[in-house]
Design a protein around this ligand. Structure first.
Ligand code: SF4
Ligand code: MG
Length: 335
């Protein structure tokens, strides 16, 4: 069907002493109702800045959306007023972060924080909000919700806090849930439980999920489609099966090769040498050229465009695009 959210060539810039840093410089993707879209990349790839841009939560950063569109429900979120955006946040698009301690207020009881979020967005009365809070805590698998409501965030484990955050995010039935590394801080067992929970919630409520992660295992487990980001750009997008079976961008290929296989020792892990380029010192052409085993001359000179190379499979790489011929055409005979 029609995409719920469509990001077109997003550009988010940061002003710094070293000049303008283009943290996001050409990100496009779309997500549909009920779909889980993964956004993967190393730290510094711009994936978190992309999600903060969608939420328009750059206010506390030196960042600013400098171009592109974020289309949601017939409006461009780049252009809507701050008060419209406040309505959209929480009601339509909710977000959870890696460390819920930073988004929960340590001095208020869990119940009060949940109720306040519910009352703010759903205009519920006090009693209704209490009932909804307890219902949501049950929905996220908290077994004694009437006890938990009277506890403070520090009394809960990391996994429980993340469940509370998910309850808070889902309480208002958002259309889209943005989850930025939601399980990275949790141990493996709890991580699997939280992912399970998110998968079930998205299925029953048909919530679209934008799952930001550096973990391709999480992508394989959770996502329908995936966008690979590198140096502020989207470099490949496809359905998860195609990404794993037929990755087209050398960076994606490198990422996949760096996942340890079953029984393989970690010291034999093949990874991509080098680092994501410093934003103020971006190479001229393809931003991956300094690390790319397949780099050609053109790669150093000109940045490839982001192109659909087969159905719903887009890549930004000269290997999948016709290399331009810069030689001037000879007109007539050259004598
Ligand atoms: Fe490698 Fe060139 Fe493709 Fe960049 S454009 S990923 S350098 S082959
Ligand atoms: Mg991040």
């Amino acid at each position: 069907g029609n995409p719920l959210l469509k990001v077109n060539n997003l550009q988010t810039h940061f002003k710094s002493d070293a000049g303008v840093v283009k943290a996001v410089d050409g990100v496009s993707f779309a997500v549909s109702k009920g779909e889980t879209l993964g956004i993967v990349g190393e730290s510094g790839s711009g994936k978190s800045v992309t999600s903060l841009s969608i939420m328009r939560l750059l206010k506390d950063t030196p960042g600013q959306i400098a171009g592109g569109e974020i289309l949601y429900d017939g409006q461009d979120l780049v252009k809507v007023s701050e008060s419209q955006m406040r309505e959209i946040r929480g009601n339509d698009i909710a977000m959870i972060f890696q460390e819920p301690m930073t988004s929960l207020n340590p001095v208020f009881k869990i119940g009060r924080q949940l109720e306040e979020a519910i009352r703010l967005h759903l205009k519920f009365g006090k009693k209704e909000a209490r009932a909804r809070a307890i219902e949501m805590l049950k929905a996220v698998g908290i077994s004694r919700p009437d006890t938990i409501v009277d506890e403070f965030p520090h009394q809960l484990s990391g996994g429980m806090r993340q469940r509370v955050m998910i309850a808070m995010a889902m309480a208002c039935n958002p259309k889209i849930l943005i989850a930025d590394e939601p399980t990275t801080a949790l141990d493996v067992t709890i991580q699997a439980q939280i992912l399970d929970l998110m998968r079930n919630l998205s299925k029953t409520a048909e919530t679209a999920i934008l799952l930001i992660t550096h973990d391709l295992g999480v992508v394989a487990e959770m996502c329908d489609r995936v966008v690979v980001m590198y140096a502020g750009r989207a470099v490949e997008e496809s359905d998860v099966y195609s990404i794993f079976s037929n990755p087209k961008h050398p960076y994606t290929q490198g990422l996949l090769a760096s996942i340890p296989k079953m029984g393989e020792r970690v010291d034999r892990l093949q990874s991509i040498p080098g680092n994501v380029p410093i934003p103020t010192r971006m190479p001229e052409g393809c931003k991956f050229a300094p690390r790319c085993p397949l780099a050609m001359e053109v790669c150093w000179e000109k940045e490839p465009a982001y192109k659909e190379v087969s159905t719903k499979h887009s890549v930004r790489c000269w290997l999948h695009e016709e290399v331009p011929n810069d030689e001037p055409e000879l007109v007539g005979s050259a004598q």
